[in-house]
Ligand binder design. Structure first.
Ligand code: PGA
Length: 265
């Protein structure tokens, strides 16, 4: 099955009104005709996950561009006395198309459990937003040889109880924690092996959804390594942190995911 490649930037807690404006301007100016056309024809998707206070700015700036924008987290609650949280309705009101959930920085810093991540993605699905569910093992799990079991456990917990249609609507971002912000990306072969394992796990639930679902890789993705990752059959794009804050670097990563730039699988 042909899956539409997806490249998302994760700004994390970075940015200012002025910095966002110049980053987006630089990005839109450097995408080039091939990526631009692919994005306009929906054969390539690209976007940014931004801090909630900047959603209005980014929505206004990107509305006519074909690029997507979304949140970095979503509450598991609908509305009410939940200070500091952002609901799926709020994300939708700013025309977000997606939100990250379960990023390892939230799992670690805010002690988010698999169960909570499952509730959050349920809220997004209820509102027709695409959950980008982040999973990934720590260095100690990798060294112990339990990375696959750990990640499969996270995927299983997040997707529990979803029907085929809901399952197919997810994006899974595989982000080994040891590769995030370290400059040390997983090799394309190791990333491919984990993506294939995740797809195999999903196919136990639904063969058709497992074929449709996009599994993107995150962890020190750079322009220099992107093409090799995207050439792998089960790597459908990238979630890019640090490199997404540099317009030309991020633009090159998006361009490498252009179907025209792909070597045939
Ligand atoms: P990185 O971050 O590209 O800076 O490693 C990826 C992420 O955390 O989403």
């Amino acid at each position: 099955m042909q899956r539409v490649p997806l490249v998302l930037g994760n700004w994390k807690m970075n940015g200012s009104v002025q910095a966002n404006e110049s980053l987006l301007q630089g990005l839109l100016g450097s995408l080039g005709p091939e990526a631009d056309t692919a994005i306009k024809h929906d054969s390539l998707q690209a976007g940014v996950a931004v801090p909630a206070p900047y959603l209005f700015q980014v929505a206004t700036r990107l509305r006519m561009s074909g690029l997507l924008w979304g949140g970095q987290d979503c509450s598991n609650e609908v509305a009410g006395a939940f200070t500091g949280e952002v609901s799926a309705d709020m994300l939708k009101e700013f025309d977000c198309q997606f939100s990250l959930v379960g990023h390892s920085e939230r799992r670690q810093r805010a002690a988010e459990t698999n169960e909570l991540v499952g509730l959050k993605l349920g809220q997004l699905l209820n509102k027709g937003l695409t959950p980008v569910v982040c999973v990934g093992e720590s260095l100690s799990e990798r060294e112990k040889g339990s990375a696959q079991d750990f990640v499969v456990g996270q995927v299983r917990a997040a997707t529990k109880g979803l029907n085929d249609q809901q399952l197919a609507a997810l994006v899974i971002a595989y982000e080994p924690i040891w590769a995030i912000g370290t400059g040390k990306s997983a090799s394309s072969a190791d990333a491919q092996a984990m993506h294939a394992t995740i797809r195999e796990e999903l196919s136990q639930q639904s063969k058709s959804a497992a074929q449709a679902i996009r599994i993107i890789y995150g962890g020190s993705v750079k322009a220099a390594t992107a093409a090799d990752l995207f050439a792998q059959p089960d790597i459908d794009g990238a979630l890019v942190g640090g490199a997404s804050l540099d317009a030309s670097e991020f633009s090159s990563i998006i361009q490498s995911a252009c179907p025209a730039a792909q070597s045939p699988h």
